[in-house]
Ligand binder design. Structure first.
Ligand code: MSP
Length: 646
């Protein structure tokens, strides 16, 4: 089995994770799970970066005087509990204060020294403690670090050991040429190529007069500079300095997933450090974009930071677990670009993608299987049109995921979910069930729908592992959990399935709070008002309005009512197991054939009313001016049936 070694950046532990740092871990986890699904033997590494001055300072502020490691122990628990809550499936969690890491850092520093790539000098210049980076004057903006404009960089003059980075410029340029996908996406690669073009200076690799860090083997009074130290974690974790055989098995790393701000460290410093020590460069680096909150940089001090624990148990769906936020982060942001998060948008996507779309599809299929076939679906035929859609989705998914276009991969899976919803509406199993002559066709439709759900769940499992396992269980899939491979996403036309009913997986969230803007002081009434304002006592409160359930519906069938000039009989899809019949008083405005396919809005929670020998189950919204024929209130066609309006 081919190995795949995947890492994330290791986080500074001077504050808790926020949704931005979690974005990186979740998306890397999606890649790790996809690679496992694709049959690789994956080693997925995450960890904490502890030898930073800010961490040392924070430890003292938190009462851990001279005990920074004890503070880091506490932070390890905080970090790992967040990653576990988000279902990150890391195989190893490294900390830079661990003995294994000290051994690796000293080995690599010594090897670079022995290669003649380290020399003693004096650094005099600016240092930004928050970036933990030496800052050339030309990189400052108005004397401030552009990344941390509220802080003043420190001017330092100290003995430093320097690493001959300049020596590796030509080799780096050649490496980028020979391996065009070494750094993705392209925009990040171009940034680094420009940097290499402009020349490279040697870098400091040690700090003097500090105790927090790994001592240099050739000058124990100095410690290794935190970035030189941190990068080595990727080698440490697979045995560099402690287990040569293991290191030979797993190195070079296949992929480092990191933020766009730290590509220079990973694709310029890191390969040069490795080459100096006689070790191969990693195969690939992906620099993802940044997650913002409501268009602003995520920052605790600005109050724009989101706690990942809140996102993993959102108020609008407290029991849904981390899958909704995992889906949001993967589906809503084009991987590689910056993205945005707001609670409103998160809730909206939850309702559309999970409650109305996937969740509804699953419960519809399972409840029809239950109702018409006592929970057994049996293969019949080779699969109809959904088999073709599934094959195309799998192909598109695989191409996208292999290229780290995670958002495209999810879209490919949703293509199948959407097609399955349309297929059910078109095949109308509820009609087939009325005539025993259609039994074979009903069997085929139910199996085809259930098989499409199964394939979609296999494809979505890297993004939503626990929910997809639950879907697979409900749909009676023969294989589920970690045993799944991409081959299981191929259409299977064999094997009976026993479906299992369950409560809605993603109940629709109801608006809890609506901000009602207080009206301004009333304007003087115009002389001839077109319509008098409703009397104060005729107005309703928001709580009354919220009792009315308005929903998007698609008209599937429309027939004239022979004995009525006004009524048309509609069969509408409201995203439920079966479409509803509604008698609508719109015949003066429409011919029945004009209505089929329209996306309209209905009142969904009206008590059924008997009308002309039929039961009307809901009411359509239509507008009509005095003496004018009614015009239906239309909704956007992209809204799936059942979407709540209001
Ligand atoms: N300790 C260094 C990394 C060393 S790797 C050898 C570091 N730590 S960090 O805590 O500041 O950032 C950790 C990761 O989170 C980085 O990849 C960084 O780009 C990423 N992010 C920090 N804020 C982020 C967002 N708002 N959005 C997305 N990723 C973000 O840098």
């Amino acid at each position: 089995m081919s190995r795949y070694y995947l890492t994330t950046a290791i986080d500074y532990v001077n504050s808790r994770p926020h949704l931005g740092t979690a974005y990186e871990k979740v998306t890397a986890d999606v890649i790790a799970r996809y690679k496992r699904l694709a049959g690789f033997d994956v080693h997925f590494l995450m960890g904490n970066d502890e030898h930073s001055q800010n961490v040392f300072k924070k430890a003292s502020e938190e009462g851990f005087h001279n005990q920074p490691v004890a503070y880091c122990d506490r932070m390890e628990e905080e970090f790992t509990s967040v990653w576990k809550a988000l279902h990150c499936s890391y195989d190893d969690f490294i900390r830079t204060t661990q003995p294994r890491h000290k051994a690796a850092v000293q080995k690599l520093a010594q090897a670079a020294f022995d290669a003649g790539d380290i020399y003693e000098g004096v650094y005099e210049g600016w240092y930004c403690v928050s970036c933990e980076a030496f800052k050339p004057e030309k990189d400052l903006v108005d004397g401030k670090c552009p990344v941390h404009p509220t802080l003043t960089p420190e001017w330092i003059r100290e003995k430093n050991f320097f690493f001959r980075l300049s020596k590796y410029r030509d080799r780096l340029i050649k490496h980028f040429e020979a391996h065009p996908s070494f750094l993705e996406p392209e925009i990040r690669r171009n940034e680094i190529l420009r940097l290499l073009d402009s020349g490279l200076e040697d870098i400091s690799m040690s700090r003097a007069g500090q105790s927090w860090g790994v001592p240099l083997p050739f000058d124990p009074d100095s410690v290794v500079y935190v970035w030189f130290d941190a990068l080595i974690n990727y080698a440490t974790a697979v045995g560099y300095g402690t287990d040569d055989a293991r290191f030979a098995q797993w190195w070079p790393a296949d992929l480092h997933v990191i933020g766009k701000d730290i590509t220079r460290f990973h694709t310029v410093f890191w390969p040069a450090m490795l080459w100096s020590a006689g070790v191969e460069a990693p195969r690939q680096v992906f620099g993802h974009g940044w997650l913002h909150y409501g268009g602003q940089r995520m920052s605790k001090s600005l109050g724009t930071s989101v706690d990942p624990m809140d996102a993993a148990a959102p108020k609008f769906a407290p029991d849904a677990g981390p899958d909704p936020i995992r889906l949001y982060l993967t589906k809503e942001i084009s991987y590689g670009s910056d993205g945005d998060f707001t609670w409103e948008r998160f809730e909206e996507r939850y309702n559309v993608d999970l409650a109305n779309n996937l969740g509804n599809l699953v419960s519809r299929v399972v409840s029809m299987a239950d109702k018409y076939r006592s929970g057994r679906v049996a293969p019949a035929g080779d699969g109809g049109r959904l088999a073709g859609v599934a094959a195309a989705s799998l192909e598109r998914y695989r191409t996208a995921m292999d290229a780290f276009a995670l958002h495209e991969g999810v879209a490919a899976a949703y293509q199948l979910v959407d097609a399955a919803n349309v297929f059910i509406a078109d095949s109308a199993p509820w009609k087939l069930a009325k005539d025993p002559a259609n039994a074979a066709r009903l069997d085929a439709v139910l199996f085809e729908a259930a098989e499409a759900v199964r394939v979609a769940a296999v494809l979505l499992r890297p993004v939503m592992p626990s929910s997809c396992d639950e879907i697979l269980r409900r749909i009676g899939a023969p294989v589920t959990g970690a045993a799944l491979r991409l081959d299981h996403a191929r259409w299977q036309s064999a094997g009976d399935r026993a479906t299992v009913q369950g409560p809605p997986m993603w109940p629709r969230s109801e608006p809890k709070e609506i901000t009602v803007t207080e009206p301004a002081a009333p304007a003087p009434a115009p002389e001839a008002a077109a319509a008098p304002a409703p009397a104060a006592d005729a107005r309703i409160g928001i709580e009354d309005f919220l009792k009315v359930e308005l929903k998007v519906a698609k008209v599937r069938e429309a027939t004239a009512m022979p004995k009525s000039k006004k009524l048309i009989r509609l069969l509408v899809d409201v995203g439920e197991a079966e479409p509803r019949t509604i008698l609508a008083g719109i015949a003066e405005g429409y011919q029945p054939e004009q209505l089929v396919g329209k996306t309209i809005v209905i009142v969904a929670n009206l008590k059924p009313r008997p009308m002309m020998g039929t039961e009307s189950n809901g009411m359509v919204l239509a507008a009509s001016g005095p003496g004018q024929p009614p015009i239906l209130v239309a909704a956007d066609d992209s809204l799936p049936p059942g979407t709540r309006v209001g």
